[in-house]
Design a protein around this ligand. Structure first.
Ligand SMILES: Cc1ncc(COP(=O)(O)O)c(C=O)c1O
Length: 448
């Protein structure tokens, strides 16, 4: 029976007790800069940037004006199939490729990260079929990697519960431990070893996040350089999922751009591409793949994967404005400076609270690990309690369902004072946990 207290909104992917504990006062109603206000009237510093996507904060004039003007000028044109794309969509693709590593010169748009990931993998398989290699269909990804949810993206995501909840998903997907995984041997790439055992000639693509979002594990330049060379030597397509790391989060336009020894064949972008103001994602493809597609494609065999809103004109205008902000408003420099400030501030918190056992930060992408000093790591439930204690102190962060880490992913435009506020709230919240002072709201209790 429907409980009249339930919302009509069926919030995806959370159990009912959570929704029942969420009161109308907990809903977000308004935002200003890097802060959001709930309907109950409380303001929070949003150190998780919405869902890691509102990279320029909530009041960016450039993005808002670009959206308004595009709505007036031309809200939609068809970038799919035999349509005539909007001028702004082509301009956006050109601006993006100017910021991507050399050789990555073609962009296809989609509406969310999962679609971009699926498009990348299906493009890889498509090229194998075109090349007469139907046996080359396997895809390798990493345990604990995250690439989205659904039949394709959810399958490459290295989180097992996603693989079994709805029966068969995309076949031919294999997972390897990452260099950060429990039991991984230092200096040995399980990914390369497992692919070698499996047969590289049967592998079409490897997909990795250069910084693994579930915990903030920064894959080293050496690891990624070796993987890149391994993939090239076996003609395996290397897909860099930069849905989170792309668009400035790590202090440059992409993580790939910071790694001269790595040459991905495909880069996926999403999240910050429009700073969350419009839904959009992108698949950027290296010439060496695009040329194969182009040479062999006839009208009958074009890769028909796409959707009505791909390359949406208003989203493209928003993305162009975001690129403008990254180029001209000092955002990347701010990421580098505030990222360094955050590391310093977290180091001070760690000196007071040895239960903060690990701090991994690159730019404004931070994974924090907790445990009893010299003992067990905290459970995800305990980390979640900490997140709620932080919320009670006015700072929003992310805790993860499987991996016991707290993620700080603040907007790229935060100030020195914001960094101090985040670190101060964490210091206080760790004290709350130690002294057993727990957050008051039913929402907090349900989450704990
Ligand atoms: C690295 C990465 N790739 C892909 C996705 C999927 O993006 P979306 O939620 O827009 O489908 C996510 C989402 O968090 C992600 O972190």
């Amino acid at each position: 029976m429907i409980d009249p207290a339930d919302f009509a909104l069926w919030n995806s992917g959370v159990p009912r007790p959570y929704l029942k504990a969420l009161s109308r006062d907990d809903l977000l109603a308004e935002a200003d800069g890097v802060r959001v206000r709930d309907s109950g009237g409380r303001w929070y510093l949003d150190a998780r940037s919405g869902l890691w996507n509102v990279t320029l904060g909530y009041g960016n004039t450039r993005v808002k004006e670009a959206i308004k003007q595009q709505v007036d000028r031309l809200p939609f044109a068809n970038s799919h199939g035999y349509g005539r794309p909007a001028q702004v969509t082509v301009d956006c693709a050109e601006a993006l490729v100017r910021h991507l590593p050399d050789g990555i010169n073609h962009v296809r748009f989609a509406s969310n990260g999962a679609q971009a990931v699926e498009m990348a993998l299906l493009l890889s398989r498509f090229l194998r079929l075109r090349a007469g290699q139907p046996e080359r269909m396997a895809v390798f990804s990493m345990w604990d990697g995250f690439h989205g949810q659904g039949p394709g993206a959810g399958m490459v995501t290295g989180v097992p519960y996603l693989h079994h909840q709805t029966g068969p998903m995309l076949p031919g997907i294999h997972h390897a431990p990452g260099p950060f995984s429990h039991g991984a041997v230092e200096g040995v790439s399980d990914m390369e070893r497992l692919i070698t055992e499996f047969g590289p000639e049967r592998v079409t693509a490897v997909i990795v996040e250069p910084v693994v979002g579930e915990g903030g594990h920064i894959l080293s330049p050496e690891y990624l350089g070796s993987l890149s060379r391994f993939c090239r030597s076996h003609d395996i397509h290397l897909v860099f999922d930069e849905v989170v790391t792309g668009m400035g989060r790590v202090g440059d336009f992409t993580r790939a751009g910071q790694l001269p020894d790595v040459s991905p064949d495909i880069i996926t972008l999403g999240k910050g591409i429009t700073s969350g103001y419009m839904p959009m994602s992108a698949v950027a493809v290296h010439d060496r793949l695009y040329e194969q597609l182009h040479d062999r494609t006839t009208a009958e065999t074009a890769l028909s994967i796409g959707s009505t809103n791909d390359g949406h004109a208003v989203a493209a205008a928003a993305a162009l404005a975001v690129i403008g902000a990254l180029d001209e408003d000092g955002v990347l420099e701010n990421v580098r400076r505030r990222g360094a400030d955050l590391v310093t501030a977290l180091g001070k918190v760690q000196a007071q609270h040895p239960e903060l056992t690990g701090v991994r930060c690159i730019g404004l992408f931070c994974g924090l690990e907790f445990g009893e000093p010299g003992g067990e790591a905290w459970t995800p439930g305990r980390v979640n309690k900490l997140r709620m204690a932080l919320e009670s102190r006015g700072v929003l962060s992310s805790s993860l369902r499987v991996v016991p880490n707290l993620m700080l992913m603040p907007p790229l435009v935060i100030t020195e004072d914001d960094v101090a506020e985040i670190a101060g709230a964490l210091d206080g919240a760790l004290g709350d946990i130690k002294s057993g002072r727990m957050p008051e709201s039913g929402f907090a209790r349900a989450m704990g």
